[in-house]
Ligand binder design. Structure first.
Ligand SMILES: Cc1cc2nc3c(=O)[nH]c(=O)nc-3n(C[C@H](O)[C@H](O)[C@H](O)COP(=O)(O)OP(=O)(O)OC[C@H]3O[C@@H](n4cnc5c(N)ncnc54)[C@H](O)[C@@H]3O)c2cc1C
Length: 417
């Protein structure tokens, strides 16, 4: 069990943690419990003081949290997901540890959790399929925080549907190089990244290729302005006759879709963990608020309505955390597509975060709806979670697709498609 129970909060705005008191962790391996504590300490020291700022500045390259990323790299957080052979920490339970890092980051900032998810799981894990030369060129600097990674499947007209008929981004192979033409959309980290791991059409199949974002013919657009996750920068990337070395193919030609889907399955465990982190944060803030805010002469928490609502949410968080841990532990056991748990975890945890964020605003009343109170500059984290949580139900496989995966496990592909 995590040992942070009685840790004082360095940040005055932080409510007491409820997770160490309520969640009896029988599933997390010992080495990963240590990671949770290490990352929680890091977050309290470095992330908590800047989290509000990251979540409330308008998207721009200047607003990107470069300094925090450097601190994360220096603390070795980018090495947690990886094997010792590629410069990682060599943990036995890497997927579980990675998901727990994401839960801890998203407790304070879903923006930062999303940056980490794409850098380490999507771009980084995809490179685990790459040749040793490519890993030296891209994965080693990613682990060191010298290069920021991005990963692109989505296009203006194709995202949920990644069939070869839908994709327009195309790789044509010549004797000495690959030529890339096409258009990707909403690519996280791209305005600040050095490279993208790119899903391309390759004849009747698909291939993953690494492309430098400063290569001639590549144009990265300005950052999108979004409802939430303001610290996470996304943009369109245009490819116009971009020449890439033949050696930049990740894995084998033609197995791009398999790699992308495996990476996104890992990613959806991460997004589930981010749902738990956001829900846990709303929970902790809400418990404190209900105990301290008085109505009709007594604390709000004396109203049975809110006692029961919070009891229900405690059950939801318990189930959501167990689900993502189970999916991650299966992945650490060598199961590349740990379904139905990964899909269940992603649907359940992100749905929980969204439903609970709405309730969190209700608990905080007008304060919850206010980004920043002009009178004294005060602000409440539930407002940020309310904006950030919605995208977790959409990216890395919309929640309807998660339902589809679960249904496929029940009825079989021949019935569900
Ligand atoms: C902040 C942000 C970050 C992102 N980062 C990345 C990134 O780094 N790399 C990347 O490649 N992409 C990224 N994306 C794209 C993201 O993955 C897509 O938005 C997502 O996959 C959904 O695709 P779409 O928006 O094109 O929606 P569509 O595919 O048009 O789907 C719209 C809606 O239709 C419904 N739907 C779809 N299929 C079904 C079905 N079979 N049954 C029932 N309902 C269905 C779902 O509710 C879905 O939300 C990001 C997007 C955002 C907003």
């Amino acid at each position: 069990m995590a040992t942070n129970e009685n840790k004082s909060n360095k940040n005055a705005n932080q409510p007491p943690r409820q997770q160490p008191r309520l969640y009896h962790d029988l599933m997390t391996p010992e080495e990963v419990i240590g990671i949770r504590e290490e990352v929680r300490n890091f977050c309290e020291e470095y992330l908590a003081p800047v989290a509000w700022d990251i979540g409330h500045r308008e998207e721009s390259v200047e607003a990107f949290p470069f300094q925090l990323l450097k601190q994360m790299a220096d603390a070795g957080l980018f090495r947690i997901p990886f094997a010792a052979e590629v410069g990682g920490r060599g943990l036995k339970h890497r997927a579980t540890a990675t998901a727990i890092v994401i839960e801890e980051l998203s407790y304070f900032s879903n923006s930062v959790a999303a940056i980490y998810d794409v850098h380490c799981i999507l771009a980084g894990h995809a490179l685990e399929w790459a040749s040793p030369e490519l890993q030296k060129q891209y994965l080693a600097p990613l682990l060191a925080g010298e290069k920021i990674g991005s990963f692109a499947t989505s296009e203006p007209l194709a995202s949920t549907d990644l069939s070869v008929e839908s994709l327009v981004t195309d790789a044509t192979f010549y004797d000495n190089y690959i030529e890339i033409n096409g258009h990707k959309r909403w690519i996280t980290n791209s305005p600040v990244a050095s490279f993208v791991v790119l899903l391309c059409r390759d004849g009747e199949r698909m291939t993953e290729v690494v492309v430098d974002l400063d290569a001639p013919g590549v144009t990265v657009g300005p950052p999108d302005k979004k409802l939430g996750n303001h610290g996470q920068l996304t943009a369109d990337i245009l490819f116009d006759r971009v020449r890439v070395p033949l050696g930049n193919v990740v894995g084998q030609r033609g197995e791009g879709l398999k790699i992308a889907l495996q990476v996104l399955t890992y990613g959806r465990i991460g997004i589930a963990a981010s749902g738990v982190g956001m829900a846990q944060s709303v929970f902790d803030h809400s418990v404190e608020r209900l105990k301290t805010r008085r109505v009709f002469g007594k604390p709000l928490a004396t109203q049975q309505h809110w006692q029961f609502r919070l009891a229900e949410r405690a059950m939801g968080i318990e189930n959501a955390r167990n689900l993502y841990l189970k999916a991650a532990l299966r992945m650490d056991d060598g199961v590349m597509f740990p379904e139905p748990e990964a899909a269940m975890a992603k649907w359940y945890a992100t749905n929980l975060a969204s439903e609970f964020a709405r309730e969190g605003i209700q608990i905080f009343g007008g304060y919850g709806f206010t980004k920043e109170l002009a009178y004294d500059g005060s602000h409440y984290h539930v407002e940020e979670v309310y904006r950030d949580c919605k995208i977790a139900e959409i990216y890395e496989g919309a929640n309807e697709v998660q339902m589809w995966v679960v249904a496929r496990n029940i009825f079989g592909k021949e019935i569900t498609g």
